[in-house]
Design a protein around this ligand. Structure first.
Ligand code: FAD
Ligand code: SAM
Length: 647
């Protein structure tokens, strides 16, 4: 999977980065900063345009050292505008963090910005990598891969483009029709464009896809460069049934989030950072009381070997969660970082070793260790080898929710009984008859979300889970790290191990009888644990049970609520084949969104899901590939059924 080639970087005169692969410089050797500011920022009327905008999206072909990005970020800060910048950049030959370190050692004025970029810089793996800076004011989606392959996976509309892909004579790949068509697809009338080149075929190619182009004075010794403005119709979504909502995003200011579990809390925080006025409603007296009320949630990747499409979701969600939790002021991590995932059998061992060999996760994150090494690290005898995840660990979900909720307006002990569309907004009614008006609503009530969605069948299934609290034993007293083995066992805290978790069908989410502690579930946990402890058993002192809300394909559900009747009417012909152009773009229930079905991995998927939700509501580019976003879309089950000719 590590299919990204090296740029073969060298430093000319000890400071100007040059790609040996292309034989070209990343920026002017005379004054890279002045060149970038002149060609790209001024070429797109920045920072002036930040002043009047709430949000500004920039696309770049050729991220390179990130100099254009850092200068744009710096210019935004200096403009003191509250505008939110979302920067999407594609790069086929990523530099390493050491290369960036070396580059920016010569740009000390940018060190505040470059240090953050280097710290968060993604590992060398193809696909989208989403980074968030400045408490959410600045976000960067880096697309590692060939421009013509990655840009079709972007869903977003840029306000400006920086085209910066080495000289067209040295790199024709970057200046071909397929790339220009994508640049046009991701533009709207008025989108600005700037590039350092004045090559005739570039100018003509951009005119052909809908840009009005003009020449301006070039930088330094260069005679001319180009600027342009998009002036053609906006392209339609490839899959209209999953199109992003185009309703009154701009008018939405007030958002109500129902449910203060990990999903609702993290989403509310990101929406608030994104400039919305957010109120959270929670029926319990505190955040993180239901599914998110466990004493411990493990943050550990769920990796599948097929990393295409949605297969990559859990990998990127895990890495995003590590960044998100590491950035919180109050650390949510408990105990030592580092978790051992034991191979259950030979097939599992082969799969684990393949995963490491394919570099699905960065080398710094995962390695295969044998039983002896695992025993040493964990502090408990391990019968088999397995994967060591260096930064995985445990989080107390209820404490996490409470810490995140502390910065939010949360209305506790307010059970929402009814939501109704009224005029341009929504009216929420509580159990006391209190009424709350809002522009948009996010339903984050786990399994109970279904009760509030009348417009389509939200297919959530309940899976009860019970953890057992077991007394520390002689053999387990020295355990230092969490272990997973089909079940999981955590190092003892206050004399107690948490061992989990059972998995039982429980389909009525409103029947809270699932909370009763069952001996049969304790027995299930103990039986799984025998793979580690053999005949020896630990005393069970107590436990806790809650319920996981799962979708049929076990992926979360995030996105706008749609009308099933309208979908069936509009898209029933899909069963004859997807001739997409004949279908109208999806129509949604205005301002109503779901974030649910987080299943057995909500603690680690919630931060990235919150980014996706935010992109839907704010209209900014999505932080993940379209193939991933669509695989999490609420209408995916219905569309699958329609294609099979079912409804
Ligand atoms: C036993 C067990 C172990 C688990 N272990 C892990 C783990 O190790 N790692 C991991 O990542 N995940 C784990 N999970 C999964 C994880 O806990 C869930 O995915 C996650 O908590 C779901 O969060 P949520 O916010 O969607 O739901 P919840 O936390 O259930 O939040 C929903 C909230 O909505 C509120 N609500 C509902 N209806 C209303 C209403 N009408 N008005 C107002 N409020 C309402 C509820 O009170 C609740 O607080 C585990 C789950 C279980 C059951
Ligand atoms: C001139 S450099 C970009 C400089 C960059 N904007 C900066 O601020 O440092 C051009 C970049 O385009 C990348 N590139 C070249 N061909 C590409 C392609 N086909 N797809 C994606 N990126 C490509 C190169 O690896 C290089 O990083």
């Amino acid at each position: 999977m590590c299919d990204l080639a090296s740029p073969q970087l060298e430093f000319k005169d000890g400071k100007t980065p040059v790609s040996g692969r292309f034989g070209d410089v990343y920026f002017s050797k005379d004054d890279g900063v002045a060149e970038s500011r002149y060609v790209f920022l001024q070429g797109c009327d920045l920072p002036e345009l930040f002043k009047d905008k709430d949000r500004f999206n920039i696309g770049e072909t050729g991220f390179g050292t990130g100099l254009n990005f850092l200068l744009t970020w710096q210019a935004l800060k200096e403009s003191q505008s509250n505008c939110r910048l979302h920067y999407v950049a594609v790069e086929a030959f990523p530099l390493t963090p050491d290369d960036l370190q070396e580059t920016y050692s010569h740009f000390t004025d940018l060190s505040d910005f470059s240090a953050q970029l280097i710290l968060n810089y993604p590992y060398r793996q193809g696909g989208f990598h989403h980074l968030v800076f400045e408490d959410g004011q600045v976000s960067l989606t880096l697309l590692f891969g060939e421009a013509a392959e990655m840009l079709p996976e972007v869903d977003g509309c840029m306000d400006a483009w920086y085209l910066d892909g080495f000289a067209p004579s040295k790199n024709p790949q970057m200046w071909r029709k397929e790339v220009f068509q994508q640049v046009a697809r991701l533009s709207q009338r008025g989108t600005r464009l700037a590039t350092f080149t004045a090559a005739g075929h570039v100018r003509r190619g951009l005119i052909d896809v809908g840009f009005s182009m003009s020449k301006r004075q070039g930088f330094g010794h260069k005679r001319e460069c180009l600027v342009g403005t998009y002036d053609a119709p906006v392209a339609r979504s490839i899959h209209p049934w999953f199109a992003r909502p185009v309703h009154h995003q701009k008018k939405m200011k007030k958002i109500a989030v129902i449910g203060a579990g990990v999903a609702g809390c993290v989403a509310a925080r990101r929406l608030q950072e994104d400039g919305f006025e957010v109120t959270v409603f929670e029926r319990a007296a505190q955040a993180g009381s239901e599914g998110s009320g466990n004493r411990i949630g493990i943050v550990k990747p769920h990796i599948v070997l097929n990393q295409k499409g949605v297969g990559r979701f859990n990998t990127v969600a895990y890495l995003h969660a590590l960044r998100f939790y590491d950035q919180l002021t109050q650390t949510p991590w408990m105990g030592a970082r580092g978790l051992f995932s034991m191979s259950k059998n030979e097939a599992d061992e082969a799969r684990h070793k393949t995963m490491v060999a394919r570099h699905i996760l960065p080398e710094a994150e995962v390695e295969y260790i044998d039983a002896q090494e695992a025993t040493k690290r964990v502090g408990l005898e391990m019968p088999r080898g397995g994967l060591w995840y260096a930064h995985a660990g445990c989080i107390e979900p209820s404490k996490l929710c409470q810490a995140v909720a502390a910065g939010l307006n949360v209305q506790y002990e307010q059970e929402i009984r009814q939501i109704e569309r009224e005029g341009d907004g929504w009216v929420l009614k509580t159990q006391n008859g209190d009424v709350f008006e809002t522009d948009g609503v996010v339903l984050a009530m786990a399994g109970e979300t279904s009760q509030f969605v009348e417009h389509f069948d939200l297919p959530l299934r309940g899976r009860r889970g019970q953890v057992s609290y077991m007394a520390v034993g002689d053999k387990t007293a020295g355990m230092k790290h969490a272990v997973s083995y089909g079940g999981y066992m955590l190092p003892a805290k206050d004399g107690t191990h948490i061992v989990g978790a059972s998995f039982e069908h429980w389909n009525d989410f409103t029947d809270h009888g699932y909370k009763d502690i069952l001996e049969s579930s304790h027995a299930e946990n103990r039986q799984k644990l025998s793979i580690l402890l053999g005949e020896e058993s630990l005393d069970i002192m107590d436990g806790r049970a809650s319920i996981r809300a799962m979708s049929p394909d076990h992926h979360p559900i995030v996105g706008p609520v749609f009308s099933q009747d309208w979908y069936v009417e509009e898209y029933h012909r899909l069963k004859h084949g997807p001739r997409a152009k004949r279908f109208a773009p999806a129509q949604y229930v205005d301002g109503l969104y779901v974030l649910c079905g987080l299943g057995a991995r909500g603690v680690q998927t919630a931060p990235l899901l919150a980014e996706i939700l935010c992109a839907y509501i704010s209209g900014r580019p999505f932080p993940v590939e379209t193939s991933i976003r669509e695989a999490l879309h609420p209408a995916r089950f219905l569309i699958r059924d329609i294609k099979k000719g079912n409804p």
